[in-house]
Design a protein around this ligand. Sequence first.
Ligand code: ADP
Ligand code: MG
Length: 610
Amino acid sequence: MPIQVLSDQLASQIAAGEVVERPSSVVKELIENAIDAGAKTINVDIRNGGRNLIQVADDGDGIPADELEVAFMRHATSKLRTAEDLNTIYTLGFRGEALAAIAAVSQLTAVTRAKGETAGTRLVLEGGHKSGRETVGAPQGTVIAVENLFYNLPARLKFLKSVTTERRLIDEYVTRYALAYPEIRFRLTHDNRLTFQSNGSGQLMDVLVSVYGPDTARDLLEIREEEEETAGEPEEKQSPTKAINVSGYAGPPRHNWANRNHITLFVNGRWIKDNRLTYAVIQAYHTLLPTGRYPLAVVFLEMPAEQVDVNVHPTKAEVRFRQSNAAFSAVQRAVRQTIIADSPVRQGGHFASFQPSGWAGTTARHDSDSWDDSGWESQSAFDLDWSSGSEGDSPITGSSPAAAGTNETMAGGGRIPIMRVVGQVGAAYIITEGPDGLYLIDQHAAHERILYEQFMAAWQENGRNEGIASQGLVTGAVVQLTPPQAALLDEHLALLSQIGFQVEPFGPNTYMVRSLPAVVARLDPARALMDVIEDLERGDEPLQSKIEARIILRVCKSAAVKAGQTLSRQEMEAMIHQLENCHNPHTCPHGRPTLIHLSVAQLAREFGRT
Ligand code: ADP
Ligand code: MG
């Protein structure tokens, strides 16, 4: 092919790829524009994880009618004039790329009315081309509605992850900006359901409560820097003291997670991705956290704009610090001081924190077919086992099954008596005789309960630190997944391995199950993995602590004997014996009863003996 200059259309699409990677990037850019426009309220409405609609409405300055078309041109910005300006950027945007990029790969409608203008303007663009413009009545501010993102880029569309994942990424961006701008009221809906809001009070703590729930937020420690000279790294000797100000909140070590997602960093009001600073936070917790566990921290750095280069990447999420060592030590020192000042660290059994509310705290729930509404969570066993007894600790580690046992009465009457197996009915129920009559036991529910308590005990002992003991498979089991399933699995590989499930990539969208949690070694490995994935697909719970709990529940369910399975007398006796040893023998982990008791008196009544 001869060398040719690309058509404008194609060049725009290619450029758009850098800025608009996925729905959440659109959300990010539009929110940044709203913030730059001085908005006090920002409403974000999403449909179908952003594939169908992303709408961001603000009450900011608006775009003057005669500049509206220009705003959608490439490299068009009101925030930058000269190359020198690049050194001192105080706005979130400055590259003049976002609107053009978003418009190039979607069907976009903008309605805006600028301060001082009497009417608003509606502009409609299809793949970046103007297809309509009219004068309309509108309040001051801007509404950008992005429909059918990537409709003209099928290749991109294919790479989007599950709706759940996209939704989570969007949630993350909205909460980040809500944290960085507590004075702005944010409101986020997914498919017309409110999932997050902040009140715009200006109090960071209010936003923390909205994001993490009141229980976790209450425990967070405010980062206060002691007045101190900047540690003198040679190259930074001359740097003025307090060139970098660090503020925010750090979680006490007992609140910890399996990944770094809960470390959030901002520089001059901009959320950034920075491995080194993330590591500085982790370092601050050195020896205070079990290995493989990460803290919660929301850290704000303020420094003169010329100290940080934000023009590194089109997404503006990566930055370069002029004095990166100073930034590192400032963060590490400030966080360390904060957590050390708090108290001697409580050790022993009380590691991670359970977040009962998180999103749910101030928000509506998602899909009706999701975890939240499936009835699992709301049922008694779930609550009883974990949250009710133990000052808001993790379902996994916080309360041992022993602690859960203190709630026995609520679960329906304490332990079960020693029983004698009589037989099995319908290959589903075990009949036993106890001191007061007859018991019918649901073999699946009972086994689920047994496995679950064993799992929890193993987790309690070792899980947090070294992961749960696993049992290798002689020949691994290969599982073929769809691309979204593979993406979902990739996200959770580390977590699965932590609970004893070793799964390795084994070709495109293909995985090999290498080992299983020892407690449930009888699982059909491939089936079990599919069960877990299908379960993850159904949910949209962003909290890691709940995902752990959920996977464990799912695994126990898969591993439990099914109804329809004939059991030998030995097997039944073993099961009953183990059930007798459970702390909450009366219900399965999802809250269904494991047994029905027919007392001697009841039998007598039924037979008309009394
Ligand atoms: P940048 O933010 O880098 O300047 P964008 O493409 O995101 O580039 O936006 C182009 C211009 O459109 C901005 O500089 C700003 O003047 C205007 N603009 C975009 N969104 C808004 C908004 N929500 N309110 C007011 N002005 C806006
Ligand atoms: Mg912008």
